[in-house]
Design a protein around this ligand. Structure first.
Ligand code: KG4
Ligand code: ZN
Length: 338
């Protein structure tokens, strides 16, 4: 197949996934290859930055080659290279950026540096045409944020977590009781056979009008709850306990998103980022959307967690002129979109 307009090769390496994708005209995903490092980091209960960057170096050329092969493209068909510029682990980001630079230089094509968070948000545009304005709930391992998105690249931050991100809370609680990494995936699975009404964990709403989040109190409350319980109780009731914990997170996320929709009179909600893969969050947000006449868009699970197709989508929708980077493109560990 020959490119018509835009054929983006996107590369993502901000954390523990080495990913590459080929996307045509910002929509058609020809390939979306993800090499997860989960098994490498699992025994440490979280991502070890030095190990992550080394693994990216080892795998990136295989991942990009596979993305090209699956898409039936060669580098000569690529019109633009897009790469995650930040936020993320500097050593990991630099692997993707260096690789992307070498492709852009050798093929003399534009290089776009993409904000990973915009990637998560634009993931929703790959499978749907999301109407503006919308409220965006971005929930990942490092971020929990609510935005109003009035138009392309017009983001206004409404609130963010004051401490832990939602994904981080899942991961830390899972580690605390030895359930494994990444915690969100494990807790989601266990909760399916758990009773979410088993224990009422606190819902931190902060003050009434705030769109900020806080999850560290919930984490402490979970710790205090399990700390003096006998082992046999924890073993037999762990599904119920984590289901109750998950429910507390989901309730706050859904409540605040719908409060923002109501306050600003908006009828579209986009939920994205790794935690948007959570079955209970998806179920509750979609049910609430039905109830209130709100169109709720959540990408497929594979497009919620880190991937490169979302980086291509953000690059395509971005103001191309502004974001075309030279070979001086550098990684940014903290990188905001508002
Ligand atoms: O977006 P992502 O892949 O990476 C970051 O940009 O952080 O998000 C990773 C986070 C992890 O904290 C992981 O536990 C969480 O997303 N996560 C989930 C689920 N799948 C991944 N959390 C809850 N339920 C899930 N099914
Ligand atoms: Zn992410």
């Amino acid at each position: 197949m020959k490119p018509n307009k835009s054929v983006i090769l996107a590369i993502e390496s901000s954390c523990d996934e080495t990913a590459a994708a080929v996307v045509v005209d910002g929509k058609k995903i020809l390939s979306n290859v993800i090499n997860s490092q989960v098994r490498l980091h699992a025994k440490y209960g979280g991502v070890v930055p030095e190990l992550a960057s080394r693994r990216h170096i080892e795998t990136i050329s295989y991942v990009v080659t596979e993305a090209l092969e699956v898409s039936n493209m060669t580098l000569d068909d690529i019109t633009t290279v897009a790469v995650t510029k930040g936020p993320g682990l500097i050593g990991s980001l630099l692997v993707g950026i260096s690789f992307a630079k070498s492709v852009a230089y050798s093929k003399n094509i534009p290089l776009i540096g993409v904000n990973h968070l915009k990637g998560h948000i634009y993931a929703a545009q790959l499978e749907n045409d999301v109407a503006y304005p919308y409220i965006s709930l971005l929930v990942s391992g490092g971020h929990t944020e609510l935005y109003i998105v009035k138009n392309h690249n017009d983001f206004t931050l409404l609130g963010r977590t004051r401490d832990d991100a939602a994904g981080e809370a899942f991961d830390k609680v899972s580690k605390l009781v030895g359930l494994g990494y990444p915690g969100g995936v494990v807790i989601d699975k266990m909760s399916k056979s758990g009773d979410e009404t088993f224990h009422k964990f606190p819902r931190a709403m902060l003050n009434k009008g705030s769109f900020d989040f806080s999850f560290s109190g919930l984490k402490t409350s979970f710790r205090n709850y399990v700390i003096d319980k006998p082992d046999d109780f924890l073993e037999s009731r762990m599904n119920d306990i984590v289901a109750s914990f998950q429910e507390a997170i989901v309730d706050v996320l859904v409540f605040k998103s719908f409060r923002a929709l109501k306050k600003y009179g908006i009828k579209n909600l986009v939920i994205s980022g790794g935690v948007a893969a959570n079955s209970r969050l998806r179920e509750k947000a979609l049910a609430e959307g039905k109830k209130h006449g709100v169109e709720v868009t959540i990408p497929s699970k594979i497009l919620c967690t880190d991937n490169a197709a979302m980086i291509a989508a953000a690059a395509y929708h971005d103001d191309a002129q502004e974001s075309v980077a030279g070979l001086t493109l550098n990684a940014v560990s903290r990188y905001y979109i508002y």
